[in-house]
Design a protein around this ligand. Structure first.
Ligand code: SAM
Length: 280
């Protein structure tokens, strides 16, 4: 059957290169090229952008990104078995796909990328949250990327976009929403993947803001939210005791009831508290 890019269908690629999925590498592949092109389009206009893709696997999403016009794709893949399949894509798109065989948690990608940069990935579930947190907490803002378009387990996606007073609201929501607009842009059932995972998935699109949504020191905000959500059912006056004497007065000054719980407090108030704590 003909494909959008003239390369073999992904089922054939998987067979040819004997890419039996490995659970420990979070390998749940997308084999429908119409779907991967759609995910690539959700990332916005790729034509003038370098794209960082983590975990290309047999290359379904990679092909979508290239077909949708990405200027260049840098793909970091841990599993060396995928390299021959990715080399075929590279040959079909001369000079536009660079593949690095390595662990995305260790590879220095920056020296291989030119701005503007978008990150698009169907992330391996075991490292997805850790990578997201790293991308959201760089040493300096703005970060190297303009947007992140990432597939997660549905539950993780919901934690990223959660609002106060919901079950999923916590540190990940605050971290993401402090410096980004974050939206769920697609839901996928398990059957969209081969093999099908046990859980549903969702794509989240995050666009970075130039300035944080509310002023605060990132390290202080990080400490406060870690403490507050570590014991999310406790009243803040007790979960934040470790922030030092006078925390109860600072809570009040930030417009927070000391008897409230972390999950009730919007980002704006946490930022106000972080400013008061930083002021000493
Ligand atoms: N992008 C492909 C797709 O959509 O069909 C594959 C997605 S699959 C969910 C995750 C991919 O990430 C696998 O190819 C796996 O080998 C790779 N992977 C797992 N851990 C990794 C890591 N630490 N660094 C880079 N790639 C990793």
């Amino acid at each position: 059957m003909a494909t959008i890019d003239g390369l073999p269908p992904l089922r054939e690629v998987i067979q040819t290169h004997d890419l039996v999925a490995k659970k420990q590498l979070g390998q749940n592949f997308l084999l429908d090229l119409n779907l991967t092109a759609k995910i690539a389009r959700l990332a916005g206009d790729l034509s003038g952008c370098d794209v960082l893709e983590v975990g290309p696997g047999p290359g379904g999403l990679t092909r979508g990104l290239l077909a949708e016009g990405a200027r260049r794709v840098l793909a970091v893949e841990k599993d060396p078995r995928c390299l021959p399949a990715l080399a075929e894509i590279s040959a079909a798109y001369p000079g536009r796909l660079q593949v690095i065989n390595g662990d995305a948690l260790e590879v220095d990608v920056l020296s291989h990328l030119t701005a503007p940069i978008r990150v698009v990935a169907n992330l391996p579930y075991n490292v997805g949250t850790e990578l997201l947190i790293r991308w959201l907490t760089p040493a300096q803002w703005p970060p190297f990327w303009d947007s992140l378009t990432l597939m997660f387990q549905k539950e993780v996606a919901e934690r990223i976009v959660a609002k106060p007073r919901s079950d999923h609201y916590g540190r990940l929501a605050l971290l993401a929403q402090w410096r980004c607009d974050a939206k769920i842009v697609m839901h996928l059932p398990p059957e969209a993947f081969t093999p099908a995972p046990k859980v549903h998935s969702a794509v989240v699109h995050l666009t970075r803001l130039t300035e944080p949504r509310f002023p605060a020191d990132g390290a202080v905000l990080g400490r406060i939210t870690a403490m507050a959500f570590n014991q999310r059912r406790k009243m803040l006056r007790s979960s934040l005791k470790g922030m030092g004497a006078g925390i109860e007065d600072k809570l009040v000054a930030a417009g927070i009831e000391p008897t409230a719980r972390a999950e009730e407090i919007p980002l704006e108030r946490f930022c106000a508290l972080a400013r008061l704590v930083a002021a000493g």
